[in-house]
Write a protein of this length. Sequence first.
Length: 258
Amino acid sequence: MVSSGGRPYQEEPMRVAVIENMRNTGLGALAAALDEAGAEIEWFRVWQDGMLPKDISGHDALVVLGGEQSALDDETHPYLPELVQLTRRFGDAGKAVLGICLGSQILARAYGADNHLGIAREFGWHKIAVTAEGRADPLLSALGGEFTIFEWHADTFSLPEGAVCLASSPVAENQAFRIGRAVYGTQFHFEANAAVVAQWTAEFPDTIARIAPGWLENRAELAARHAGAADAAGLAIARAWVSLIEQQEVEMLSQASA
């Protein structure tokens, strides 16, 4: 049974664990989609205290956000091996998992792929090509063959064995992938709507000036040209992923009542 707002009737709201690898990362479009679904979000700010969920039983889904470190920086970020194992446990249990940017690189590591550091720098709004598999996938099927979205990364990864490549760009071949039903990694920052980009611009001007000379001076013009389309694409992706959690809950309720 479904409520008038599209949510399945259930006793408890969906519970989503969010791993913040760097302060003030922001959920942007994903926050909007989770709020629409009435989700409860529990933040784990590992950049602050290294604390992660004790197990997977307390949450219906896991989100791993971006950060300035690499997915292999175990020495400087000692929680990383445990986080890698946690993402795999969520995924192997059939729960929805989402890795964004660094999160996608961590997911790739969790499923046995290689991380390639410093060879794929992209910053700003870019066009992403959707593969044939992506056009048929629930996450990206509403976006057609191409969409504009925000990027900020220098690392990339090989495709995990058994994963399906959903999107690509000339700089980073593996822009999005899926493993199983609902384990997704996106190299691009679909959550980074105009508000998040403005926040990052205010917080990290020196870094942006170094990696993308001239971008700050042209930001207003670039935002006017690209932010609207990127925001719409990001919200569509966010809603599509949240709907997979809802489907997961419906299936679990059906199994429990069978």
